[in-house]
Design a protein around this ligand. Structure first.
Ligand code: SF4
Length: 201
């Protein structure tokens, strides 16, 4: 079972590798497909690769990625347990927000990743993946910290993007960092509950 899933994600990565569906392929150094456990119960979706990710071909390895790893570790979640990717797989020039056309062009790849991994819970990081998955224009400040049912059998939980936390370092009660601490604890608790309800074979 595991070998088949691994192969399928690996195969998808090969298919996506030379993608030229949108203009972002012209400026990329490396396509950043995603990485992690192909059978993860918990998946993280960010906006787009940044400079370090573009250079390395790996998601969330810059400063924001290091903070994400620390946030996970704070509740005992190892990065290797989860799967991490972005809405678009190629870096937008100057780290701008990807356009709707770019996100729509890349959607099939993300949808296929989600279908293959079939997690219990998806954490969307920041406005872009949250609004894309939930089909809303509401902002992350309103949506974070709430569980949403998505396509019947998966839950979506929006959190602040770690790069936003880097720009807002206060840990005071009510600050984005403080709220993120509450959010990741909620993720951990919800994941335990979902696992106990739906033991994967
Ligand atoms: Fe293809 Fe997505 Fe890269 Fe655009 S961002 S070229 S759709 S992989």
């Amino acid at each position: 079972m595991k070998a088949t899933l691994t192969f399928s994600l690996d195969y998808l990565a090969q298919v996506v590798r030379d993608c030229q569906r949108c203009p972002l392929h012209r400026s990329r150094t490396n396509l950043v497909f995603g990485e992690g456990n192909p059978e993860a119960d918990l998946m993280f979706i960010g906006e787009a690769p940044g400079e370090t990710e573009d250079q390395t071909g790996r998601p969330f390895v810059g400063k924001a990625g290091q903070l994400l790893t620390q946030i996970l570790a704070a509740v005992g979640i190892q990065r290797e347990e989860v799967y991490i990717t972005n809405v678009v797989k190629c870096r937008p020039p100057g780290n701008r927000v990807p356009t709707k056309t770019e996100m729509d062009a890349c959607w099939d790849w993300l949808a296929a990743q989600i279908a293959l991994i079939n997690p219990f819970l998806i954490v969307t990081l920041g406005n872009t993946p949250t609004q894309k998955l939930l089909g809303t224009t509401e902002g992350i400040t309103q949506l974070r910290g709430r569980f949403f049912s998505w396509k019947g059998n998966i839950e979506v939980f929006p959190m602040f993007h770690p790069s936003y936390l880097l720009r807002n370092p206060s840990k005071k009660k009510g600050s984005p960092k403080y709220l993120t601490w509450l959010d990741i604890k909620a993720v951990k608790e919800r994941l335990s509950l979902l696992r106990s309800r739906n033991r994967k074979s």
